[in-house]
Each structure stands twice: as C-alpha cells, then as structure tokens.
Design a protein around this ligand. Structure first.
Ligand SMILES: Cc1cc2nc3c(=O)[nH]c(=O)nc-3n(C[C@H](O)[C@H](O)[C@H](O)COP(=O)(O)OP(=O)(O)OC[C@H]3O[C@@H](n4cnc5c(N)ncnc54)[C@H](O)[C@@H]3O)c2cc1C
Length: 637
C-alpha cells in the first residue's frame, strides 16, 4: 500500500498556506542556479511554473510535443477565470469562493487545497493584469466580471470568449523572456514517454523527438508534469486533438498513484454530434448561460421551428427545476437535466439529441450589439460549424466530455507519490472533487504554476539530499531502452486496423458505460470489452511508416495504448464507487434524478496504485476530513 500523507499543515484554514510558506525551507538565491528542474508541458500550468521558477533562479528545461508552447490546449479556454476580488460588491469573499468550489465538487475535494486556491485567485488577476492580459473592463475602467455556474456572485474575469488565449499569451511572454535570458531551455516536438526514477526519486524523463524519432533522456533534481487532462479517452471531446494521458499514465506505471480516474466532466453546452465522421466536439462556453435561456418543447417529438413554439409550450427546465441558480446551475446538474429531457423524447434537432440555448430575450433587452460584444466570436464559431444564425434562432446544444477532475494524486505540495515528481494543472486531481465549476481550471493551473510549485519545489530541493545523477545512469539507459522496445513493438504488429479505429471503439465503450450515467451492469460489461479491445490492439494494429521520421500514426498508437489501459481503470474506479457524486452518476444511487452521495462509505479520494502488468491495481484511500464546511446534500434549488 502507498503512504498517502497529504501533508496538510495544521492550524486554522485561513492561515495554513501562510504558515506553510513560512515553515518551508528556502534555497538561497546563489544555490538556485545549481539546481535544474524539468517541466513537461507549457499550457497555463507548465508555462507559469517554468517561467516563475526560472525567474527565481532555477535552471529550467521545458518540454512540449507541440511546435511552440502557444499551441497548448489552454489556448482554447473561452469563458473566463474566477477570482474572489469582489469587484461587483455582491457579497463575494475568499470563503465564499472556497465554499462554492467545495460544494460544486460535491464534497469530494480537500478543504486545505481549495481554500488556498481561493486565496491565490486574487493574486492571479494582479499577476495577469501586470503582464498586460487584456481582461474586459467596465465603462469606468475597472475589470469586468460575469457569472458562471454554481455561483450566485459575479466573479469571473474574462477576455471576450478567448480568455485562455490571452492568459496563455501572458504566461508565454513570461516564458519567452526566460528563454531569451537562458533561464529556460525550451524543447519543442519532444514527447515525454517515461519518468526516470533513481533510488525512489524522480530524476528525469525520456523523450522521443517527433520529427526525427530520436529517443533521449534528461536528468534533473525535480520533475513537474503539467501535461493536461485525458478527456480524449472518450475519442470525442472538446479537448484539443492532441491532448492525451501518456505522460501521466507512464508516471502511474512508475509508481505515481492515479486519483479518482472516473471523475470526468460532461459540459452541458456543446454543439451536438452531427455524424459518425466527426473527430472533435466544440464547446459553446458556459458564459453563454449568463444571457442564454435553456429550453425544450413541452410536447414530445415536437418538430416545429423554435419560433413557432409559443412561450406557453416551452419548458425552461433549468429555471423550473433550479429556481435559485436557473440557467447557471453547475455543469453536472445542467448536463443531466438536458439528457433527461432528451431521454424523455423532448430533445430537438437531428436525432432529438439537443436542447435550445436561446438569446432572444437577451437580444430584445440588451440589443444585438451588446450580445455580439460579449460573445461575438462564439456566435461566429457556432454559425460556421452549424450554418445556423444564433442571433436569429436559438443555438442547439448537447452535453459533451470536456474536463477530467481525476489525475495523478498529489499532496498539499503538489508532489505525487514518487518523491520529486510534481504535478500541476489539469494533470493532477487536486482541487475540484467530483465536479469542477466553470472558470476554475484556469484559476487552478495558474495558482499551481505561479504561486504554489515555485515554493514547494524549493522546499523539496532544500530538504532532500539528492545524489549527483546524469543520464548515463543505468536507470536512464533502462528507461530509454524500454521506450525503444515499445516503439518497435507498435511498428512490428503490422495488423489490419488503424489506430483511429481502436480509439473510436474505445471512446464508444467509455461513453456508453462510463459516461453521463453509469450502472453496475454496464461497467462490468465495459471491463470485459476493454481487455478484449486491448488484446486486439496489440495483435491487429497497423502503424504504417517508420520510427525515425514524423509519424503521427505511431505517436497516436502509443497514446491510444495508454488510453485503453486508463479506460479500464476509469471503469474499475466507477464500479467501486457505489454512490453518485458530481459528474459520477451511478443510476442505482439517485433521488429522483439528483445524485445521492454516501458520505459514510465514500468520503475519500480513490488513489490507484499500479501493481504490475496483468495484475489488478491496488486501491488506496485518502479519507476526506471536513472541519470547516458542513457535509450537506448539494442543492441548487
Ligand atoms: C474548449 C474548452 C474551453 C475551456 N474554457 C475554460 C474556461 O473558460 N475557464 C476555465 O477555467 N477552464 C476552461 N477550460 C479548461 C482549461 O482550458 C484546461 O483545464 C486548462 O487549460 C489545462 O491547462 P494545463 O496547463 O493543465 O494543460 P494544457 O493546456 O492541456 O497543456 C498541456 C501541455 O503539456 C504538453 N504535453 C502533454 N503531454 C506531453 C508529453 N507526453 N510530452 C511532452 N509534452 C506534453 C503539451 O504540449 C502542452 O504544452 C476549457 C477547456 C476546453 C476544452
């Protein structure tokens, strides 16, 4: 069994992080130059961590598989970033953001981590404004805010529908400044394929150059994984096409526990699937629910045009079911409500898999130009994809896979169960429990990168005696060799099926059995189907081309191999958790469609431990202790 000590400092919640910062060991400025840190990933979490640590004096090497850090999936984030600034004077506070986030996560996140996140949220906005991030402003010049799901205050800072892009440009500028100053050595087109562990400590990584196929290894005093989430295990998701689990999965196989893999987020407002040919889904930001009203016809199979359906024959089901939060009910709840309406035969559009998101009232009230100013790029995107004009008719939306709350287990210092291996951003499991509230992923990634890791890595380095190690060490040679063997194995199968066909089949299994609704029977079935798919993958995969040039089929093959194994762990985790909480909805545990938690038996983090190939993984449990909030049934009514 693993030692799951979360290392949460004692003392009052409000002072925990301050006290911890004071008690952590420091590395003196001259000594920082002697230490090197590897950061894998340059999305918001990785770029902010790499830039900040280099600014502090550490020698940083940053690796990405992209051609430039600016391609990270973070650039796609649309709606905004939360912070408890209370600029609106509407009753926000650090405590309220903390409480909303704990409740939003259905009481399955750690109190101390979430409180720190709420505290740091205010620093993030200052940091980004100082970098020149062009947040939207009010007429008088103050930063503007809008509302996001699961909150009754307006605390979301935004830059039109391109918040991720603007924040990433800020972090990227900070990173590039350090690249120019030689504080960061940037390695692009390098895919990390293994973590190297020496005497129990993470001491480096193995990468494969995607253009030349060259496999190399790199040593460091500490390693950070900021490699994003694994929604693409579902094949169809709103994530960037390249987002994958390989970095976190290979770390899991080297001893890092994987926490709550079954916690995935289905976002209620995405453009519905249009056919079997599709390889990507598109998000329509949650911010649209500030002004858009969600409805379906009251009558089943009503295929009149929306404009022909009178008010009295419409069901604004979120406003009806959740009057306090209305259209801003959290994502898991809004998604389930949409599915329920469609399952009841009241869905709209092709196949009845859609609900309306209607801006007519807002346009009448505020005028088209105000709506265009707020959401213009999202409306344009919708029109380009669907050929329907959302200014003139409601958008059609349906839930889609969007974010993964599960990830590598980390303690309060963001260190995994492998000493020296730290994990930041969506790649870790830390702050969102069983459901993430909108606009809180950017907040977490930047809190981790700008404000947490730079301190906790210093503490780790100052408090650990690290032997001198370089990449000639036997462990580095062995890890490189194992990556070479796996690459050759994939190329040598020479079967008949493409990587994509396996990925698609896996996605269908996971969506069907481990998607919006899960049952014991379905998960048991998935746990038969996935091993069979894995067997076929390794005997009938066809990867054309060779390993020493750019070969996207080969890249994908490695990623899909890992997705298959992760998919199995997700189903195992979902089967074991006999309760419903947040995005994990077990049909057997519900109260008239609302999730029914079981705090007596399941108030814990499930941290899975790799036990060896072909062996069942071991479940470790970190109990969740609530001393500052009262565990209650989550209600948005
Ligand atoms: C469409 C969309 C809209 C969103 N909008 C919002 C929003 O408005 N507000 C909000 O808070 N959240 C939003 N989110 C969620 C948020 O965008 C992500 O959770 C967040 O950006 C993740 O950042 P990250 O730095 O952890 O990872 P990423 O941005 O995914 O970056 C991962 C990095 O790791 C690198 N990498 C990965 N694996 C490897 C490997 N094996 N080797 C080398 N490099 C590797 C990649 O090159 C990349 O640089 C949205 C998500 C989507 C899909």
């Amino acid at each position: 069994m693993l030692d799951l000590n979360a290392k949460i400092p004692s003392g009052p919640l409000e002072q925990t992080w301050d006290q911890h910062r004071f008690s952590m060991k420091l590395v003196n400025p001259a000594n920082k130059r002697r230490h090197n840190v590897i950061v894998v990933g340059a999305g918001l979490a990785g770029a902010s961590a790499a830039a900040t640590m280099a600014e502090m004096g550490y020698r940083v090497s940053c690796f990405v598989y992209h051609d430039t850090p600016r391609r990270a999936h973070s650039i796609a984030a649309q709606g905004g970033i939360n912070a408890a600034k209370n600029y609106q004077n509407d009753g926000d506070s650090i405590r309220r953001l903390f409480y909303d986030t704990i409740k939003g996560g259905d009481f399955r996140a750690r109190e101390a981590n979430v409180y720190r996140l709420a505290q740091l949220s205010v620093n993030i906005i200052d940091q980004c404004v100082a970098q020149g991030v062009p947040f939207a402003r009010e007429y008088g010049g103050l930063l503007a805010n809008r509302s996001f799901g699961g909150a009754q205050v307006s605390r979301t800072f935004y830059a039109r529908g391109q918040t991720g892009q603007q924040l990433l440009l800020g972090a990227y500028s900070a990173l590039e400044r350090q690249v120019a100053l030689k504080g960061v050595q940037m390695h692009t087109f390098e895919e990390m394929l293994d973590v190297v562990v020496v005497d129990g400590y993470a001491r480096g990584i193995v990468t494969r150059n995607l253009l030349t196929g060259k496999i190399t290894s790199h040593a460091a005093d500490a390693v950070v994984l900021a490699t994003g989430g694994y929604s693409n295990v579902f094949y169809l998701s709103t994530n960037a096409m390249l987002s994958n689990t390989t970095a976190t999965w290979r770390a899991y196989k080297k001893g890092a526990a994987f926490a709550n893999p079954c916690y995935t987020q289905i976002h209620p407002t995405c453009i519905p699937v249009s056919g079997d040919h599709q390889s990507k889904l598109t998000l329509m930001s949650e911010s649209l629910r500030n002004d858009g009203r969600v409805w379906v016809p009251i009558k089943r199979a009503d295929n009149r045009a929306p404009s022909a359906i009178p008010e009295s024959e419409r069901d604004y089901f979120l406003e009806r079911k959740y009057p306090s939060f209305g259209n801003l009910a959290p994502r898991d709840i809004a998604s389930r409500a949409a599915k329920e309406a469609c399952d009841d035969g009241r869905g709209v559009g092709p196949g009845g898999l859609g609900v309306y998101l209607d801006f007519a009232d807002a346009i009448n009230r505020l005028g088209k130009s105000t709506i265009a100013e707020r959401y213009g790029n999202l409306f344009d995107m919708y029109q380009r994809i669907t050929d329907e004009n959302p200014y003139g008719q409601p958008m059609r939306i349906y839930p889609a896979v969007h974010y993964t709350m599960g990830g590598l287990w980390v303690d309060y210092n963001l260190m995994s169960t492998i000493p020296g291996l730290h994990v930041a951003g969506e790649a870790n499991f830390s702050d969102h429990g069983a459901n993430r509230l909108g606009a809180s992923a950017l907040m977490q990634g930047l809190a981790d990168g700008y404000f947490v890791l730079p301190y906790t890595i210093g503490d780790y380095i100052a408090g650990t005696t690290l032997a001198k190690v370089d990449n000639t060490h036997a462990e580095f040679r062995a890890a490189e060799e194992s990556v070479r063997t796996q690459t050759k194995r994939l190329l040598d199968i020479k079967g008949k099926r493409s990587v994509d066909s396996f990925h698609k089949e896996l996605g269908k299994i996971i969506w069907e059995y481990c998607g919006m609704a899960r049952t014991k029977e379905g998960l048991t079935e998935a746990l038969k189907l996935i091993p069979a798919l894995k067997e076929e993958f390794w005997s009938n995969l066809n990867v054309p081309g060779s390993g020493d040039t750019l070969n996207q089929a080969l890249e994908n093959a490695g990623r899909v191999a890992d997705f298959i194994e992760l998919g199995e762990l997700m189903c195992r985790d979902a089967l074991e958790r006999e309760e419903s909480c947040g995005g994990h909805f077990r049909v057997e545990y519900q109260d008239a469609g609302e999730a029914q938690r079981n705090d007596d038996d399941f108030a814990y983090v499930a941290a899975w431990e790799f036990a060896g190939e072909g062996k069942a993984p071991i479940l470790n449990k970190e109990p969740l202790v609530y001393e500052n909030v009262h565990l209650s049934t989550r209600s948005y009514k």
